[in-house]
Write a protein that binds this ligand. Structure first.
Ligand SMILES: Cc1cc2nc3c(=O)[nH]c(=O)nc-3n(C[C@H](O)[C@H](O)[C@H](O)COP(=O)(O)O)c2cc1C
Length: 150
């Protein structure tokens, strides 16, 4: 059985898009290092106001990881949306994928009925996972196009 936890939190890091991307890179690199050690996979959706993250793995490891993350001063008021056992991992190949909301990915948000600011308190965890899967697919398609062009 895989345990899956979805939470959101307020992004309290100040700065422009560039500062946010640097921040995201730091978070994702620490996440990839720790999560590969701990058998955690997942995805991080991110804009100027919110983080929404999906964590999956063994229950004890998911809890320990979430407890560590929730103490991180780069965000505040982490709130669990959903925590449950699931049959399989939604992001089996990602120790932690990340997607910042940029104009480029706006079409993916629109496909999910999110035209303006994201409002995590109104989202269901299943919706978050589908959005994250489509953001991941968008990124994979972009990378493939770049590979073909080079
Ligand atoms: C929004 C957010 C998501 C994070 N996600 C993870 C994660 O999935 N795994 C992880 O180990 N650390 C994550 N972190 C970083 C942790 O809070 C913490 O800085 C890190 O685990 C410390 O790792 P270290 O002791 O190896 O430096 C996240 C931080 C933030 C702000």
């Amino acid at each position: 059985m895989i345990h899956q936890l979805v939470y959101y939190s307020r992004n309290v890091v100040q700065g422009n898009d560039r500062a946010m991307l640097t921040n995201l890179r730091d978070i994702v690199s620490a996440s990839q290092r720790n999560n590969s050690r701990d058998g955690i996979t997942g995805f991080l959706i991110f804009d100027k106001t919110w983080f929404i993250q999906i964590l999956a793995g063994e229950q004890a490891q998911v809890s320990a990881t979430y407890t560590r993350i929730a103490r991180d001063p780069r965000h505040a008021t982490a709130t669990i949306m959903d925590a449950r056992n699931v049959q399989s991992r939604s992001f089996p190949n990602w120790t932690m994928g990340g997607a910042m909301r940029t104009p480029e990915v706006e079409e993916v948000y629109l496909q999910h009925g999110i035209g303006s600011a994201i409002e995590p308190t109104r989202l269901k965890s299943a919706h978050v996972i589908n959005l994250a899967l489509d953001l991941q697919a968008f990124d994979a398609a972009k990378r493939q196009a770049q590979r073909l062009a080079s």
